[in-house]
Design a protein around this ligand. Structure first.
Ligand SMILES: [Zn+2]
Length: 101
């Protein structure tokens, strides 16, 4: 269980696939704010990023159907609004309580 999901090799691979698919499909603009996407500079405000349509924290999956290309600014705005589900346990830690009789 990686703590930083977006740092995993699997995510990097998936992200690249989604971006490549968007390029192949001719997606040149952010579907949300219509800014021209910069696929070569992901750190620019209009840089192309991969967003979870349903946030992972809300039970969204890493499946392609749940991923979309957004500009960095939209992705950041959506990320701010997303609140993690408070009922979701942060970690499933082993019960380490030992009873000393
Ligand atoms: Zn945008």
């Amino acid at each position: 269980m990686a703590t930083n999901r977006t740092g995993t090799a699997k995510w990097k691979h998936l992200r690249r696939e989604v971006l490549q698919q968007a390029i192949n499909e001719g997606v040149t603009h952010c579907p949300r704010c219509r800014v021209l996407l910069d696929y070569r500079n992901g750190t620019a405000m209009n840089g192309a990023t991969v967003d979870h349509i349903i946030a992972y924290a809300r039970g969204g999956s890493d499946r392609r159907e749940n991923l979309q290309v957004l500009c960095r600014r939209c992705n950041a705005q959506l990320g701010k609004k997303a609140r993690p589900n408070p009922n979701r346990p942060k970690s499933v830690s082993k019960i380490t309580t030992t009873i000393n009789w």
